[in-house]
Write a protein that binds this ligand. Structure first.
Ligand code: ATP
Ligand code: MG
Length: 272
């Protein structure tokens, strides 16, 4: 098997006296989706901030292509081909699709002092990149990003990362605020990014979303990797329980369902 594109080995992170991550070892490979699961405050965002140059590990090493490296800044991460897409960050509601696609890398025509932003060309490239990912409802690069749906915005951000040569795509809860249809769209795009050979790190609280795209799963509990397994090695119930820190969420779900089935679809009253 080839070396992982990105690996963390024995990474710890503390903020002053607060230990947030303990001895994290994780690998992501080309053409593979790693789902990072865990409850609120488990350390998922902190972990991906270490991979995207926002935070530095307190100890431990980061490897790229089998070689130890550092990621001192977000700029360094993007130079190394690590793209991070946040739920709401990264897009600019009052910018057009074409403009936002080329933020920081503006397309120009002409030369020297006559360089101007080439709106038409930027729009054509942006719209094509998004449509290549199957978002065919987007036809006009002059449309404002703020007018896109949440799923379309996520798709635009992912298409942009892939277009500019990302090798590692980090998605922090991209489907959290989306309806079923939009989430499905984003999941399809994650699969497409994987098919194109990117390594994808996908954070979600939704086990079904994780199972739809994940090849590999890591569950964080209070800053440590509590479980690390491959697709097919655990059931949905087992994963749900792990995410709830071992509490039997699945049996709770089953209890509620049994109650509802025998009470005409009404959920149980809240516990007194
Ligand atoms: N800059 C910081 N200084 C001190 N503590 C921090 C800092 N950043 C994060 N933490 C703490 O680290 C822990 C993990 O936070 P993190 O945001 O990584 O969790 P998460 O798994 O992403 O949670 P969620 O699912 O709610 O997004 C939390 O207890 C948080 O308060
Ligand atoms: Mg988080």
């Amino acid at each position: 098997m080839s070396a992982p594109i990105l690996a963390l080995r024995g990474v710890n992170k503390s903020f002053g006296p607060i230990d947030v991550l303990h001895d994290i070892t994780l690998e992501v490979r080309a053409g593979e989706v790693l789902c990072l699961l865990g409850d609120n405050g488990a350390g998922k965002s902190t972990l991906i901030k270490i991979m995207s140059g926002v935070h530095q590990p307190s100890s431990g090493t980061i490897e790229m292509d089998g070689t130890a490296t550092t990621i001192p800044t977000p700029r360094a991460a993007s130079d190394k081909g690590i793209a991070t897409v946040h739920q709401f960050g990264g897009t600019f509601p009052l910018m057009s699709i074409g403009r936002s696609f080329f933020v920081g890398v503006e397309m120009t025509k002409g030369w020297g002092p006559f360089k101007i932003y080439d709106r038409k060309r930027a729009n054509d490239i942006a719209v094509k990149a998004v449509r290549d990912f199957g978002i065919t409802r987007i036809e006009d690069g002059d449309r404002l990003v703020g007018g896109l749906s949440g799923g379309e915005r996520q798709s635009l951000a992912i298409a942009r990362a892939v277009h500019f040569g990302a090798r590692v795509l980090i998605l922090d809860e991209p489907t959290a605020a989306l309806g079923v249809k939009q989430a499905t769209h984003v999941l399809r795009i994650v699969n497409e990014a994987k098919r194109r050979g990117l390594a994808v790190i996908f954070i979600t609280h939704q086990v079904m979303h994780a199972m739809a795209v994940g090849d590999h799963f890591a569950v964080l509990i209070r800053g440590a990797v509590a479980a690390d397994f491959k697709k097919g090695e655990k059931t949905r119930e087992e994963i749900t329980d792990l995410m709830a820190g071992g509490a039997s969420m699945a049996s709770l779900e089953a209890e509620i369902e049994t109650y509802m089935n025998s009470h005409g679809g009404h959920p149980p009253p809240p516990a007194a």
